[in-house]
Write a protein that binds this ligand. Structure first.
Ligand code: CA
Length: 231
């Protein structure tokens, strides 16, 4: 079996060397790049099995590298794990919206990172979404129209990402019913990029914000996950 190839994009020399050492020890073939430019140059001729991408890079930043990788058909399917600082939630959300598979916040243990890499590489390819027409959901002033992929509050458009839309659709399909994170992940998995349980929490923050006054209709169920309020 050939070794799985990882492109490691990290400008800090110490971290780059440490990660390369651990990943090679785990049996991965690692190519390191110190800048986004270098990474994109490598990707023009090579398709690794996974990209580890630091978000804070000199020159082209990680979010932009992620966007370019995902918008180019030749590289769009390569999973990306972002390496981020703890306080960069906006960057994490931006990265996930452009299609990153997961993220790890610094400082992290190489062991945890390796576990995440294995989890992402094991994920099955997403299945194409079905084309069956679904009736729109109306709850109070909220309308969710799956066929037009539109959400409206009092007739006003709420711009949601694909992932946020599918999460809201799932919860609102059964108000009062609690869904655990794995069920939510399964619902969203049909999209072009993979989602992990941890990412569900980040998506919820963003979804609630976009729903404005209705944000608290998405309730946290302690120890389980989330549910849509019975209104
Ligand atoms: Ca950096």
């Amino acid at each position: 079996m050939s070794r799985e190839r990882i492109l490691l994009v990290e400008d800090e020399q110490d971290i780059q060397e440490l990660l390369k050492f651990h990943l090679e020890h785990e049996g991965f073939a690692v190519t390191a790049a110190g800048t986004g430019e270098e990474a994109l140059k490598h990707l023009a001729t090579q398709n690794p099995d996974l990209i580890l991408l630091d978000l804070m890079l000199p020159g082209i930043n990680g979010t932009e590298v992620c966007r370019r990788v995902k918008s180019r058909p030749a590289t769009a399917d390569i999973p990306i794990i972002m390496l981020t600082a703890k306080d960069s939630e906006a960057d994490i959300i931006a990265g996930l919206e452009t299609g990153a598979a997961d993220y790890v916040t610094k400082p992290f243990s190489p062991r945890i990172l390796v576990a995440r890499i294995h989890a992402v590489l094991r994920r099955p390819d997403p299945e194409p979404a079905g084309s069956v027409a679904t009736p729109a959901i109306h709850i109070g002033s909220l309308t969710i129209d799956a066929n037009r992929h539109k959400v409206e509050i009092k007739g006003k458009d709420v711009p949601l990402t694909c992932t946020e839309f599918r999460i809201l659709q799932l919860l609102a399909s059964s108000p009062g019913r609690a869904f655990n994170r794995q069920q939510i992940v399964d619902q969203v998995r049909g999209e072009s990029h993979a989602v992990t349980e941890r990412i569900v929490d980040v998506q919820m923050v963003s979804l609630r914000k976009k729903l404005g006054n209705l944000g608290d209709w998405v309730e946290t169920v302690r120890g389980i996950g989330y549910r849509f309020k019975e209104v």
